[in-house]
Design a binder for this molecule. Sequence first.
Ligand code: ADP
Ligand code: MG
Length: 407
Amino acid sequence: MRTIDKLSQELGGLAGRTVLVRSDLNVPLDGSTITDDGRVRASVPTITHLTEAGARVVVCAHLGRPKGAPEAKYSLAPVARRLGELVGDGTSVTFVEETVGARAAAAVAALADGDVLVLENLRFNPGETAKADEERADFAHALADLADAFVSDGFGVVHRAQASVYDVARLLPHAAGELVRSEVEVMRRLREDPQRPYAVILGGAKVSDKLGVIESLITVADRVLVGGGMVFTFLKAQGHEVGTSLLEEDQVDTVRGYLETAAERGVEIVLPTDIVVADSFSADAAHEVVAADAIPADRMGLDIGPESEEVFARALADARTIFWNGPMGAFEMAPYASGTRAVARCLVERTRDGAMTVVGGGDSAAAVREFGHADDDFGHISTGGGASLEYLEGKELPGLQVLEERA
Ligand code: ADP
Ligand code: MG
């Protein structure tokens, strides 16, 4: 992957050049308030690197899932404001309510060296995510017309073959941004050369979201700890009843296969021994702790129990590398946050002891920040849940592959 400095050399410097940057600014919003600005902060180093080199920086990104047309609630305007605060007073950050077109072009033309312009949500244009290659290419051409070079820095989208991620990189001289490079470096170490013991903690809602990565990590890791909604499919595969908990019946056989593979390879699968169960999926529901193999038929498991927290802590105590994806319970509701909190605390401790710890997954990252942890309490908090999982699974990511090609 070409660095920004290498691109700069090839272009004879970046001063006065217009550089299109694909960032990942897909943050959670409550109205127009950003509830976790992690991704905005993570996008700053590349933007600053470019402005300091005298480039005119045009930032493009998506927010949420609009259906190819403008929708006020998905406007990037509040995110552009936050970016302006984060890059600081010395830099002008403006926003244009258009992605490509006459107004966008005029805003680009008005940039001075070292200025930043944020374009409106890419996904207000159907071409961004179009299945048809020509439709995506048309939109990519319109984006490329705005700039002299392209920097790919949206790690959270590099597993998508979308116009602003993939197609535009084929049209302009390009480089990988700082965020993409640092994320890939961390994931590469996890994939190729983890210090052992290597423990993986998997949770979150569904097994079916994460089948590929479970299958590959189960052969690479020394220990796999499972919690969250997906654990009930594991418990069922072991022959236990799980009441009204999240269960994917159609995955029970697959999971049974994983348990067998793990046993053959000497990989330890660590499951919770107790579960917090409730009457219903609600913070006010009556709840109690039961043994993991004795979940009543009318109860729903919403967190791992206190004994499991200790079992998990012991399983992590000597780990030199820990990758964590997916909360241990429905942590958004206070009565079911304890397991996720406990795992976060373990990772913080292991980080202090010098282990390499990585938190991947949007909800997991939001959880640790909500619990008050700082980013540097962990070795790395990935900005890209899906992308990091696909990388660890060993897949080729189109947005990274294209950076190996010459435009
Ligand atoms: P990430 O974004 O970190 O990859 P996921 O998106 O896979 O994580 O899953 C996060 C969601 O899983 C959270 O909204 C959480 O409430 C939910 N979840 C975790 N445990 C349970 C459970 N036992 N029952 C229902 N939902 C759960
Ligand atoms: Mg999620």
